[in-house]
Write a protein that binds this ligand. Structure first.
Ligand SMILES: Cc1ncc(C[n+]2csc(CCOP(=O)(O)OP(=O)(O)O)c2C)c(N)n1
Ligand SMILES: [Mg+2]
Length: 922
């Protein structure tokens, strides 16, 4: 075994364990060490660490250099003599832990019957069962707890363990366990693969299976709990967030990217438990290094309290007997890849290849049998050690805590599973494996039953009268009810309707002044925040772009949330719009951090459910850095049934054009439309925004009985930074049309010429109006202009009609709204937006007219708005030429007309464009 890491100084990556050399031969040093040992032995580890800390401080006042240690030795952080008594009956708890592990494994295995074979994970929960059980039996407070209950983020692919517990608790039936991953075919008994609140709204709360989103969402959940508390909305002092994470998962940037926030805000209501089984899907997480040590350094550096739980109680006496430090040295130097291998081998192998590395350690285990050595457990399988860590975590003040627990992946499942590289995806057992596992788990099921059909091996439940189940239920009763658990009745919470007053400004238009739709939106937001009953529930979220959008106007009044207040003298304190931070601040300013903003949005937008306190997150950002950057987070937000408004500001491929390729967004609505929970709008005018937001608030929190699906929506609204005259709301404005996706903003001109329909959205509507005038004045064409507030909503409605036709094939088919509105309108249709042509193209199948789209396809670039629009051929003149071409194709006008128009407008000359105000930076 030459590959085993046996030499001192073996590469341990970032997790190099100890910077203090142990081999100093010096009498004076020996004397100091001896008296130090005496102190530890006589006064205990706690006193010793206090004295150590005092020495360290004094050393730094004398400028005595000290090693910078970001990691500690590869041993448990909590010494054995500081472990609290375990408060439960370990014998009983172990007994039902076995049943939990059995049922969790069987539910996955049974779903592998050849005609079903839907997959699942066995090994993750098998190795993590103790981590969860210590929580369930002692810590996790259910939602009926007087304090409001804890929020627990379960590791997604450990879901079989949670189902298994719910089965023992009587919350799920065996039939439901058999519906695992067969949600339609076994309905209503289907169980979702992973935690999906949208699919199991009475069970799961937090979708976690997209690696990395659990950790960041948990951090922002803990922040939101404090935010609600500090703003006087809810007392959350007794609520804690737990996040169970994988060591492989910790490689996701989102997993590590917000750690500093939790430390800066002192989120001691947050505990991460990282299951360090040293493996991920393919193999070791850090074969050549030590993931626990690396994570210790990262979390310590970020300001977290770090607790390592590496070794079970069986090691305590060995460590105590190791006077030389040799055992710890070997623990420090052994690489993760080797630790993994040890657990796939045998006690004899560990004797030779681990303890055998030093004569001292070899003799330490002389009197142990190979079986004894095999039974030296990893810390994460020991109730006492894990309990001590959690207890320490909940008692820690001022800091979040991470518990790094070493476990064996596939623990207890037998040699085919334990620690194997392929274990993550192993989902079925052989009959022989089942028998071994049955014996280990003490399950009273005979060989005969197993052999008769290895895919039908039964679940085990001892009956509700059994001592163990009674004990288990009592524990949960004391802690405030079952988990996971979501309260669907909270979904119909309402808020007062917003008064007309709040929308008055949007209806007025901008008079003689020019205003971008961003400005119209911000004014509306200001008025909404003043609304009684609703205003204080708005959570504006901004990733360092408030000034860009004019939201800095809110700084002095609404203030920026900071639980620490503002402890410095603000540089701009004399200014009217000074930067104000306060513990009661309303604005969630996340810094340059779109991932964090999306997580904060999710936490605020699900507060109606997690806390029974409806909040309205309004997240404003550069539209380019939304869906393509955090699309997965929005997807999880949709799963979690988040509600709120997502405002894609500085939208459009040619509107922010000064900023160039990476800022010029031509596709965010396309991406947004792939999220079924998202309602997407591209309004042109302030009054449209008013109606859309009013409708959104009503859907989410109004008095109606449209059902939860109608309420569980997010609105994606694109707004622009191009100043233009905002028209006042026309009398008898077609509100229904605005909300459904289209309304006419200009009738066809009253000529006798051929007719045409110009469709446009957002910032393109003014170009369409310009084109309408040109068509009438220069070419005698009468065109109407329609503001398409939502291409996507119109398409969804049309597709729904088609689907209804297929499902209710005997009923009279419903006509899509867009067809109702446009089907009978004369002339060809030219449809344009400041996004790529896939947007307007969404409507093509539902309209019989000749239909042309103009789109800003390809990459954006920097230039003037007018030049960029001419480059993409989406400007007013391009619309005119395209309309003329369609009319010529139809034979309604002569062929030379569009040619003449193109020449006159110098269509291929970018310098000839005129559509658009000057400017175009942010
Ligand atoms: C973003 C993302 N990428 C990949 C996956 C696929 N995946 C699911 S579990 C897993 C391995 C998890 O390893 P780890 O986090 O160490 O968890 P363990 O099962 O070892 O506890 C992977 C790669 C995923 N679910 N999400
Ligand atoms: Mg792992």
């Amino acid at each position: 075994m030459t590959a085993l890491s046996s030499q001192p100084g073996a590469q341990t990556g970032a997790g190099t364990t100890s910077a203090i050399p142990r081999d100093v031969v010096d009498e004076e040093v020996d004397e100091w060490l001896e008296s130090w040992e005496g102190l530890v032995n006589e006064r205990g580890t706690l006193r010793a660490s206090e004295i150590m800390e005092a020495l360290r401080r004094r050393a730094s006042t004398h400028s005595v250099s000290q090693p910078k240690v970001t990691t500690t030795d590869y041993v448990n952080t909590i010494p054995a003599d500081q472990e609290p008594e375990y408060p439960g009956d370990e014998r009983i708890e172990r007994k039902y832990r076995k049943w939990l592990r059995w049922n969790a494994a069987m539910l996955v295995h049974r779903a592998q019957r050849p005609e079903i074979s839907v997959g699942g994970h066995i090994s993750t929960y098998a190795g993590a069962a103790t981590l969860y059980e210590i929580g369930f039996n002692n810590f996790f407070r259910g939602q009926d707890h007087p304090g409001g209950g804890d929020q627990v983020f379960f590791q997604g692919h450990a879901s079989p363990g949670m189902y298994s517990r719910a089965f023992l608790e009587g919350r799920l039936t065996a039939e439901q366990l058999d519906g695992f991953r067969q949600e339609a075919s076994k309905a209503p008994n289907g169980l979702s693969s992973y935690p999906h609140p949208r699919l199991m709204p009475e069970f799961w709360q937090f979708p976690t299976v997209s690696m990395g989103l659990g950790p960041i969402n948990a951090i922002y959940q803990a922040q939101m709990n404090r935010y609600l508390h500090n703003r006087g909305i809810k007392d959350t002092a007794d609520q804690r967030v737990w996040a169970f994470l994988g060591d492989g998962e910790m490689d996701e940037p989102e997993s590590r990217g917000a750690l500093q926030l939790a430390a800066n805000e002192g989120l001691d209501n947050l505990t991460f438990v990282v299951n360090c089984n040293l493996q991920r899907l393919d193999g070791p997480v850090r074969g050549n290094g030590k993931i626990v040590q690396e994570l210790e350094a990262v979390f310590t550096g970020a300001g977290w309290n770090v607790i390592k739980v590496l070794w079970g109680r069986e090691w305590d006496s060995l460590l105590a007997a190791d006077r030389t430090g040799e055992l710890v040295r070997i623990m420090n130097e052994t690489l993760d890849g080797d630790y993994q291998t040890f657990k796939a081998e045998s006690g004899g192998f560990i004797r030779d290849n681990f303890f055998g590395r030093s004569p001292v350690t070899k003799s330490l285990v002389e009197n142990l049998s190979d079986d004894d050595i095999w039974n030296l457990k990893r810390g994460g399988h020991d109730y006492h050690k894990v309990y001590a860590a959690y207890q320490h975590a909940v008692n820690t003040q001022g800091k979040p805590t991470v518990v790094l627990v070493q476990t064996v992946k596939g623990y207890g499942l037998g040699t085919s599973f334990e620690s194997r590289n392929a274990t993550h995806q192993m989902k079925k057992f052989t009959a022989a494996d089942i028998k071994v596992f049955r014996d280990r788990m003490d399950i009273p099921i005979s060989d005969k039953v197993i052999d008769s059909d290895p895919y039908a091996v039964p679940y085990y439940h001892p009956g509700f009268e059994s001592e163990e189940i009674q004990y288990m239920l009592e524990k949960r009763r004391q802690l405030g009810g079952f988990l996971p658990n979501r309260k669907p009745e909270r979904s119909s919470a309402t808020l007062p309707a917003v008064s007309d007053k709040a929308f008055a400004q949007t209806k007025k238009g901008s008079g003689q002044q020019q205003a971008a739709t961003t400005m119209a939106f911000v004014r509306l937001l200001k008025d909404l925040m003043r609304e009684k009953g609703v205003g204080q529930r708005i959570v504006p979220i901004i990733p360092d772009e408030a000034r860009t959008f004019g939201i800095d106007a809110f700084f002095p009044t609404a203030k920026i949330y900071n639980p620490n207040g503002q402890n410095y003298l603000a540089v701009d304190r004399e200014l009217f719009l000074s930067y104000k931070e306060a513990a009661t601040g309303q604005l969630l300013h996340v810094g340059i951090n779109e991932a964090g903003a999306a997580a904060g949005f999710t936490a605020a937008g699900t507060s109606y459910s997690t806390h029974g306190e409806p909040m309205i997150p309004i997240y404003v950002f550069y539209s380019m850095f939304g869906f393509q950057r955090t699309g997965d987070a929005f997807w999880a937000a949709a799963d979690q049934m988040t509600r709120g408004f997502i405002i894609g500001a500085t939208a459009g491929r040619t509107t922010l054009t000064g900023e160039g390729l990476q800022h010029a967004d031509g596709h965010s609505p396309v991406l947004a439309a792939t999220n079924p929970a998202m309602r997407i709008y591209d309004p042109a005018f302030g009054y449209e925004i008013g109606h859309i937001m009013r409708d959104g608030l009503h859907r989410m929190y109004g008095e109606h009985d449209l059902g939860d699906d109608a309420r569980n929506v997010m609105y994606y609204i694109t707004v622009y930074n191009e100043p233009m005259l905002q028209p006042p709301e026309p009398e008898n404005v077609d509100v229904d049309g605005i909300l459904r996706g289209i309304h006419r903003v200009a009738e066809a001109t009253l000529g006798s010429g051929p007719k045409a329909q110009l469709l446009a959205s957002g910032v393109a509507v003014p170009w369409a109006l310009e084109a309408r005038a040109l068509l009438a004045q220069e070419w005698g064409i009468d065109a109407a202009v329609w503001s398409v507030t939502s291409w996507a909503e119109l398409r969804r409605d049309a597709l729904a009609c088609e689907e209804e036709k297929l499902t209710n094939f005997e009923a009279e088919p419903r006509v899509p709204y867009v067809t109702q509105r446009l089907g009978a309108e004369p002339g060809p249709i030219v449809a344009t937006s400041d996004f790529e042509s896939t947007q307007p193209d969404l409507l093509r199948p539902f309209l019989k007219q000749d239909f042309a789209t103009l789109g800003a396809d390809g990459f954006g670039f920097s230039d003037t708005r007018a030049a960029a629009r001419r480059h993409f051929k989406i400007d007013a003149h391009s619309m005119v030429v395209r309309t003329l071409q369609l009319l010529a194709d139809r034979g309604e006008i002569e062929r030379w007309v569009p040619v003449e128009a193109a020449k006159r407008y110098r269509l291929n000359d970018v310098n000839a464009g005129t559509s658009g105000a000057a400017g175009g930076d942010s």
